[in-house]
Design a binder for this molecule. Structure first.
Ligand SMILES: *Cc1c(COP(=O)(O)O)cnc(C)c1O
Length: 221
């Protein structure tokens, strides 16, 4: 087996183990393979192992790597998991199926305008800064409810999920639990929480999507 296939098998085994305890079916969580910094050859390896959902954190890098693959694999689903600048909105809308990182009013407005113009709307999720970290993107937890209402009412934007990145070095579970509480309260059914270090905790606490880079592909350069 390739190391990729071994890594994937280990993740699936861990989800199965944890799923028994948490009474969750591993089928109910989607692996988002995070391919930032990795070449197209690694993406193809993942596609050949059956993965179809991918994440990139930079628009430019995704625009260089993915269009040809999207032609070849029509069921490929691409997620933006990094910050989106307003001047990249146009590119992002044609490239990504899911934008996980909507986090501010100016971006919502740019998205709404551009969606109107091109008539294509990707799935939109909000990034929440559960740790109140000043340097980190994301809406503060107590701003989310109003922001959602505002986006729906004024710009007709449909938002269906939340994502978070807990502060480094902290126990992730309170952050995941908070994210889930906010989602439930607002009727959002997608939860992107958990990375290589903490995906099994994310899964236990209700993640529908876990974002895995290192656990699948090994260390980035
Ligand atoms: C890079 C990245 C990941 C994947 O990180 P790993 O620790 O390598 O699994 C997940 N989410 C976001 C937002 C990232 O930028």
């Amino acid at each position: 087996m390739s190391s990729f296939a071994e890594n994937l098998a280990a993740i699936q085994a861990e989800l199965k183990r944890v799923g028994k305890i948490a009474t969750r079916d591993p089928q109910d969580v989607t692996l988002v393979a995070v391919t930032k910094t990795h070449g197209v050859d690694r993406v193809i390896e993942a596609l050949q192992s059956g993965l179809r959902v991918f994440g990139e954190n930079r628009v430019q890098e995704a625009a260089e790597k993915y269009p040809a693959l999207q032609q070849q694999y029509p069921d490929l689903e691409l997620h933006l998991i990094g910050p989106l600048q307003s001047n990249k909105v146009k590119t992002a809308l044609t490239l990504f199926d899911v934008i996980e990182t909507l986090d501010r009013e100016s971006l919502a407005l740019s998205l709404a305008k551009e969606i109107q113009k091109i008539g294509r709307a990707p799935t939109l999720w909000l990034q929440v800064n559960t740790g109140h970290e000043p340097q980190k993107a994301g809406l503060l937890p107590d701003k989310v409810d109003d922001f959602l209402l505002h986006c729906r009412k004024n710009w007709d934007l449909e938002i269906s999920g939340l994502m978070c990145i807990p502060p480094a070095g902290q126990e992730p579970s309170p952050h995941f639990a908070l994210l889930r509480t906010i989602a439930v309260r607002n009727g959002l059914n997608k939860l992107s929480m958990g990375m290589s270090q903490d995906y099994s905790i994310g899964f236990q606490l209700g993640a529908t999507h876990i974002r895995l880079g290192t656990a699948l592909f090994g260390n980035r350069d």
